[in-house]
Ligand binder design. Sequence first.
Ligand code: PEP
Ligand code: CO
Length: 470
Amino acid sequence: MSWQADCLEWQPDSWQRKPARQQPVYPDPGALQNVLRQLHQLPPLVSSYEIECLKAQLAEAARGERFLLQGGDCSETFADCQSPVIAAKLKILLQMSLLIVHDARCRVIRVGRFAGQYAKPRSAETETRGGNTLPVYRGDLVNRPGFDPRDRTPDPELLLRGYERAALTLNFIRALIDGGFADLHHPENWTLSFARATPVAEAYQQRVHAVAEAIQFIETLTGASIPELQRVDFFTSHEGLHLLYEQALTRQVPRRTGWYNLGTHFPWIGNRTRDPDGAHVEYFRGIRNPIAVKIGPPITEDELLTLCHRLDPCQEPGRLTLITRFGVDQVARALPPLIDALQKRGRRVLWVCDPMHGNTETTASGLKTRRFERILKELELTCQILAEAGLPLAGVHFELSGEDVTECIGGACGLTEADLARAYRSPVDPRLNYEQSLEMALHLACLLRCHKPARVSMTSPAKPQTNLAA
Ligand code: PEP
Ligand code: CO
């Protein structure tokens, strides 16, 4: 069947006719169907209105008028569905966005890698320890991390537990935001209890004071308080990996055409499941959400063009985000031809950089880590490559934590390999801790200011400074 004919036939389950990578095999198909039936009847987690609002904001980011800040855990765990952990994630994203807004004079779209980031792609199907081989841990949505046959057998009940945890997380985030947690009049709400008096923290506090003064000045001048400052939009995202779960949350809504994934605002396709002829691309092409695809080695120009054509045939503004993750050693060689291929065909997408996943290494003791300096370097190179093509960096995608973890090496806090064992909590990939995240945001804001597209700049920003305490 031609692709054209196939297009007409999209249904939430049409992906089932294509090869699907990274899907768990459940021992009891009856139990699985029972769970999927329940999921299908449960209310959605987000609304089509919110999804369309995000899409419109992403369209602005593609034109360089906004900036996407996407971040959170590599893999959320059910155990971390607790108020302090969720609040800390929100706080660090709010702090980072304040820095970007203030230093780069740029409106920020905040998207959490949370409320559903429970399924992980893995490089091997099985794991062997001491001569025993078991199915690999695929995230809390699928099985359990313990090395025991019962823990590692995919359990469909976990799909319900994942949906519930996502709902609880989102409910708490919505309550915080609606209750004034993100109010710019009170950034003291976002202070992390364990924050140390470092140059990075001091640089952040200076921005907080500057923003407070500016607000006071404007409100005194106008005699009115600015309601836009009292709340922010917060959106959710996760890798749309487990297709039966995603399908169960795919719905039609009154007075809109098409289907929406109402389990998250902004799902993405991972680098391992982006085969243009595969099941994930088939599922994603039919939903109306804005979507992202991770692109990294070994993608070719042809593959990328096919992906863009299948996922965004009408070139809808804000529809398609490409998240690049080539690693610092490959980005300068791999990215320019891809940008060029799309530009020659007049395709507009959002170019977003994930400087984490191409820069993972394993220490002698077997821990996965990433170096702050390499992460930052990939970000700088990506920004520069895009600028040379006349394009804005539309956003960033980080694995980060609002907690005081020790998973990535380097940064001003000077974490070394020897520190990693102290507070290494991620079950999968290493995250920037709160201090490294803030420092990264300061550097990022500086980069954005340097590469600001001329037509967007309404003010004359001060001379770029790399000095963090400046
Ligand atoms: C991830 O985002 O956790 C991930 C697995 O990324 P990628 O698909 O880019 O490898
Ligand atoms: Co990851």
